[in-house]
Design a protein around this ligand. Structure first.
Ligand SMILES: C[S@@+](CC[C@H](N)C(=O)[O-])C[C@H]1O[C@@H](n2cnc3c(N)ncnc32)[C@H](O)[C@@H]1O
Length: 391
């Protein structure tokens, strides 16, 4: 289906689905048309944060090519980029890995821990696996064409997941059939509104980590949040893990060399309780206060989302943590208004910050970012303010 609006943006919904994103856009009066399951057309990129938005393809144009070499030729002809400036290339097939990964990943993790067996991939080949392979071949073929004819472009190609810089362009090809796709070129400097929504991950999908050692699969959420944030927990950081048991997030932080204060009503697994870098506090996450400012607030407590948001706001207003990763547990569509409250309340308190459903999230949304250096609780929140960088 060709774009229904001039200069339309193609939006990819979280989890390979579009329903939640459509509902979110609808709440804010943004026109959207379903392009196909998991994909929406909008007249332009949304002006406000959307938790269920995975990736944006601004000004997407439909392309067709019968073979891999024809794809490479066509793409090379369309690559009109600033000379010598860095650019990234994301070539991917529709709903590559996300949907297959979800089924049974948690059970598989538990079984691996029990068996002590080797890590198996949590994903199985989905119906589009062949197209994913084709996407990889198209990318390779394009690089071959550039090597032969446009070496200066190839030299400027950067292969990184780091946060966007103003000087970088992004070229995306979404393959929706072997001979059909959408090309989107975001030239540097991307307007802030667009840069705010571009994921550094192809298709905005994080292939979840696979490690049998952490005591719960929840650890994948913290690792993914770090990647999307573009900030990794560093050796020597001090962090508070609220709702820490059995210890997946604490495990990740300790692995990074951080010191962890773990707060929960229940203890963590014995290996972590005995870890010299971990201090366990048996208590209530909502009333516990840190002894001093810490580098990180991590919070994965199961609670009503309004309550968790209020906790985060308290921490930011008080200046207790510099950075945060917080899970909001949603109870379905009825909780969409809470996401509006997130935008209103975090706008003045955090920058940059993000709200998104992670690939590793199910009925949850993750908030992550940094406290504004000069806390400005009284400043009026502007929708989208502070959203600079990738999702
Ligand atoms: C989803 S689990 C956390 C999993 C953890 N992030 C991990 O990686 O293993 C939620 C935890 O929140 C704890 N919890 C729920 N309400 C709490 C409260 N008011 N105070 C402290 N802990 C709480 C539960 O005991 C439970 O261990």
């Amino acid at each position: 289906m060709p774009p229904p609006f001039v200069g339309a943006a193609l939006l990819l919904g979280a989890g390979g689905r579009h329903e939640a994103l459509l509902a979110e856009l609808g709440r804010h009066g943004v026109a959207a048309e379903v392009a196909a399951p998991g994909r929406l057309w909008t007249p332009s990129v949304p002006a406000r944060p959307c938790a269920f938005l995975r990736q944006v393809l601004p000004e997407a144009m439909e392309l067709r090519a019968p073979s891999i070499s024809a794809w490479a030729e066509q793409l090379s002809l369309h690559l009109d980029l600033p000379d010598g400036a860095p650019w990234r290339l994301h070539v991917y097939a529709e709903s590559e890995v996300e949907a297959p990964f979800r089924s049974g990943a948690r059970a598989a993790h538990t079984a691996r821990r029990r068996d002590g067996g080797p890590a198996r991939s949590g994903s199985s080949p989905g119906p589009t696996a062949a197209w994913s392979h084709r996407a990889a071949l198209i990318r390779e073929a394009l690089l071959g064409v550039l090597k032969a004819r446009r070496r200066h472009l190839l030299r400027a190609l950067s292969d990184t997941e780091a946060a966007w810089t103003d000087s970088e362009s992004l070229v995306q090809l979404l393959l929706v059939a072997p001979d059909q796709g959408y090309l989107s070129i975001t030239r540097a400097p991307a307007p802030a509104q667009i840069a705010a929504w571009l994921s550094v991950l192809p298709a905005g999908i994080a292939v979840p980590a696979e490690d049998p050692r952490p005591p719960s699969r929840a650890y994948t959420k913290l690792i993914e949040a770090e990647r999307r944030f573009g900030r990794r927990i560093s050796p020597g950081d001090v962090g508070v893990d609220l709702g820490a048991s059995p210890g997946g997030w604490s495990f990740v932080a300790l692995q990074r060399g951080a010191q962890v204060i773990a707060v929960d009503r229940s203890p963590l697994v014995p290996e972590l309780m005995a870890h010299p870098g971990l201090q366990f506090v048996k208590g209530d996450a909502f009333s516990w206060r840190p002894p001093r400012e810490v580098d990180w607030l991590w919070c994965d407590v199961i609670a009503a989302p309004e309550r968790t948001l209020a906790l985060l706001v308290d921490w930011l207003q008080a200046g207790w943590a510099r950075h945060f990763v917080v899970t909001l547990k949603l109870r379905g569509e009825m909780d969409l208004p809470v996401l509006d409250q997130v935008v209103e309340r975090l706008g003045g308190l955090a920058a940059p910050w993000w709200m998104c459903q992670l690939s590793a999230n199910k009925g949850e949304v993750c908030l992550f970012g940094s406290r504004r250096l000069a806390p400005a609780a009284s400043r009026s929140a502007e929708p989208g303010e502070g959203h600079v960088g990738p999702l």
